[in-house]
Design a protein around this ligand. Structure first.
Ligand SMILES: Cc1cc2nc3c(=O)[nH]c(=O)nc-3n(C[C@H](O)[C@H](O)[C@H](O)COP(=O)(O)OP(=O)(O)OC[C@H]3O[C@@H](n4cnc5c(N)ncnc54)[C@H](O)[C@@H]3O)c2cc1C
Length: 323
């Protein structure tokens, strides 16, 4: 049997993040193809009660230690290395998220194993594993082969379906002791994001506006359309930078990653930093005056026209159709 595959379960404030289930789904497929067991690792004082939710794993290892709650990346990497050594793991999947940032690279340095960052795809090929890594904001997709199937892979959120990592089964749970170094950096307090605004990651219809909307007042045209459609307005960075919408509405590299059913890109050029945040939308409809705008390259539907002319007409038509 091949070496076990480990998934670091990502948690925040008593809940498991979606990326955990995405990694379990991807890990399950790899483990099946490689004939390897799939294990999950939970670290921290509040971790143990979460173990029953990780039924997609063959076993869950829990290191229940208060100093592993929101611990710095170095402490988590040291704990993970210890679990790897104890179970003989060959591959570790870690979230490529703000919460897990830095863990993968430090673990690679501690183990001497290769690191593949920003993974959007994974498959088994003979005895090897091939990960597709997204580079330069999505301009390059590079296939990286781990010839002996050993390494650290940081998985990009949204790359794999979370449902594939969920199961009603109750996994066996085993407690493990890991070394916990005195932390050089300590977690002081959790700051809540701005409250009261729409969570754009939960919307099924998003009306995205870019610089092509031209003025703060015109954003209302997009708000009217979003209201008629039952969705919400989000934006590219220049619109946020101007202060026309709050930061919580920004889509892209330095904003949110969204996956709505429909994403309308209105007056958005399709820069890689924006594309990165909305490329996983199920249906992308772009509207732009420039027929050569890059947004059209990846969109499912497109219209070359002025959004300021289109918006009032479209909103009226949708309202009329909905009665
Ligand atoms: C490190 C880094 C991080 C970044 N993070 C993000 C991020 O998170 N999100 C993000 O969005 N960007 C981000 N950016 C910025 C990104 O590079 C682009 O500058 C930005 O996405 C462009 O926004 P835009 O498409 O609205 O504007 P532009 O690129 O200026 O495009 C405007 C588009 O509107 C069209 N247009 C103009 N008038 C009309 C009209 N009347 N009707 C229809 N179309 C019209 C134009 O043809 C053009 O295609 C980041 C950049 C860096 C360097």
């Amino acid at each position: 049997m091949a070496n076990p595959i480990l998934v670091l379960a990502e948690q925040l404030r008593g809940g498991l993040a979606d990326i955990t289930f995405e990694m379990l789904g991807a890990g399950r497929a790899l483990a099946g193809a490689a004939g390897a067991p799939l294990y999950a690792v939970l670290l921290g004082r509040e971790a143990a009660p979460l173990a029953p939710k990780l039924g997609r794993a063959d076993k869950v290892f829990v290191a229940d230690h208060p100093q592993l709650d929101l611990a710095p990346a170095g402490a988590i990497a040291a704990a993970l290395k210890s679990v790897m050594d104890q179970v003989g793991a060959g591959l570790v999947l870690v979230g490529c998220t703000n919460v897990s940032s830095g863990i993968g690279s430090l673990l690679a340095a501690k183990t001497g194993l290769p690191l593949v960052n920003f993974c959007r795809g994974a498959k088994a090929e003979g005895g090897a594993l091939v990960f597709t890594s997204q580079l330069f904001g999505g301009k390059i997709l590079s296939d990286v082969k781990l010839a002996d199937g050993r390494g650290i892979a940081c998985i990009y959120p949204g790359a794999f379906p979370a449902d594939a990592g969920k199961s009603e089964a109750t996994p066996p749970v085993e407690k493990v002791d890991v070394p916990v170094e005195p932390p050089a950096v300590v977690f002081k307090k959790y700051l809540e994001p701005e409250a009261g605004d729409v969570d754009i990651t939960k919307q099924s219809i998003l009306v995205g506006v870019g610089r092509g909307i031209q003025t703060r007042d015109n954003v209302q045209l997009a708000e009217d359309l979003a209201l008629a459609l039952g969705g919400a307005v989000c934006a590219s960075r220049p619109v946020i930078d101007q202060g026309w919408l709050p930061l919580s509405r920004q889509v892209g590299k330095s904003g949110m990653s969204v996956r709505p059913r429909v994403y309308l890109a209105l007056g958005i050029s399709g820069a890689p930093e924006h594309w990165e945040g909305m490329q996983n939308s199920r249906c992308i409809i772009a509207v732009n005056t420039d027929p050569k705008a890059p947004i059209f390259d990846g969109s499912h539907y497109g219209a070359v026209c002025d959004v300021l002319e289109l918006l009032p007409v479209l909103t009226d038509k949708i309202k009329a159709r909905k009665g």
